[in-house]
Design a protein around this ligand. Structure first.
Ligand SMILES: NC(=O)c1ccc[n+]([C@@H]2O[C@H](COP(=O)([O-])OP(=O)(O)OC[C@H]3O[C@@H](n4cnc5c(N)ncnc54)[C@H](OP(=O)(O)O)[C@@H]3O)[C@@H](O)[C@H]2O)c1
Length: 344
């Protein structure tokens, strides 16, 4: 396992971060514990979760991902061996069962942190992330020029002040953003510098062969400013294993959650086919090439992988041993030029 540090800290984190959003829905508590044990055996020490998980969540099961991690922490006694990242949900009309309103007010952040601490059975969170911004902007599937959100009032100073208090109380150690754009990152950095408030250490955004939008704008900003990318969905929800090329397999994410359409489009299909041919002509699997690609990028601090079985988890961790040659990287660029960023 290769390691790095959480930017601007001396906290050692593995280059692979274990994503957990299947725990509590697709994966039982026992399976969640087996994944955590296996990942740790392989040297992973970085775990990502969120208050709203699991995927496909609803009022009955939200928080179960954190609770399964919490029961593992209690049972294993390994709290100090892992770097734990979780997230507060931003505004979303369909998720008011989490809190109402879902915002980054002092009341919401304090409640969210307390609930995560309880669920995770710990007294500190290493990295506390805002799952998505409060303002309406281009995240998830949105493209096109957005009108400026007339309802958003710049409260970043207030938000950072709340985090400062929580850091001083020892409840959270560091902060990060997610699904952000260059404007949001810049504002957070400006406000922390101006007022000597906590500085965001990370940005958790999608990054894969099917979505390299991070490379435009964010990559330079974050590398120069030492904000680390935690790359999520490196396999494009599983598309970059090639398993959707012949239809939708039983019990796969796309079958279980058909509303997760980000990667279902003709160009994703075409690009995936080309990437698969390229991988196989170089004696690699598409999964290996896709994960190795993300891992090899200078802008990536850690890659957040996800799995629903131990076999997938093993295959994915093993893929990080692969180093892509310059020839393969050049071929990847040719496909990217042909079908740039087919997934939003
Ligand atoms: N900040 C955010 O908004 C955000 C959004 C998404 C994810 N995340 C984080 O990033 C983590 C990873 O994201 P992700 O799950 O979307 O990553 P991903 O690597 O793109 O997709 C993982 C899914 O693909 C399938 N899969 C993985 N490995 C496979 C293999 N070797 N063979 C066949 N199928 C395989 C599995 O789904 P099936 O078995 O169900 O098909 C697995 O759950 C999440 O757990 C979460 O922590 C954050």
């Amino acid at each position: 396992m290769n390691y790095t540090t959480l930017p601007n800290t001396s906290i050692k984190i593995s280059k692979i971060c274990l994503g957990t959003m299947t725990f509590g829905n697709q994966n039982s508590e026992t399976e969640a514990h087996s994944q955590l044990n296996y990942a740790l055996e392989r040297g992973v020490n970085f775990i990502d979760t969120a208050e709203m998980y699991p995927i496909g969540g609803n009022a009955d099961i939200f928080g179960s991902t954190e609770r399964h991690i919490g029961s593992w922490i209690k049972k294993s006694g390994k709290r100090d061996e892992v770097v734990l990242a979780t997230k507060i949900a931003g505004p979303n009309r369909g998720m008011t069962y989490i809190r109402n309103p879902l915002d980054f007010s002092k009341k919401s952040i304090t409640e969210a942190v307390e609930l995560s601490l309880k669920n995770l059975q710990t007294d500190y969170i290493d990295l506390y992330q805002m799952h998505w911004p409060e303002r309406v902007m281009n995240m998830f599937q949105k493209r096109g020029v957005q009108e400026l959100d007339p309802n958003w009032q710049d409260n970043i100073f207030d938000v950072l002040t709340i985090y400062d208090g929580l850091i001083k109380e020892g409840k959270i150690k560091h902060i990060g953003v997610s699904n952000e754009n260059p404007y949001g990152v810049m504002k957070f950095l400006q406000e922390s510098e101006k007022h000597n408030l906590p500085r965001i250490a990370t940005i958790q955004n999608p990054y894969s062969l099917l979505n390299r939008l991070y490379e435009v704008g964010l990559s330079e900003m974050c590398m120069r400013e030492n904000v680390g990318l935690l790359a999520y969905s490196p396999l494009g929800f599983g598309f970059l294993t090639g398993k959707y090329l012949k239809g939708i397999p039983e019990n796969s994410r796309m079958q279980l959650f058909p509303n997760f359409k980000r990667y279902i489009n003709e160009n994703c299909h075409k690009a995936t086919k080309l990437y698969k041919e390229l991988a196989e002509s170089n004696n690699l699997t598409l999964t290996q090439m896709s994960l190795a690609y993300v891992n090899q990028q200078q802008c990536v601090t850690s890659t957040i992988i996800g799995a629903t079985t131990l076999e997938q988890l093993k295959e994915n961790i093993d893929a990080f041993d692969v180093v892509l040659s310059d020839d393969i990287l050049n071929e990847i660029e040719i496909i990217q030029e042909l079908i740039p960023n087919p997934a939003p």
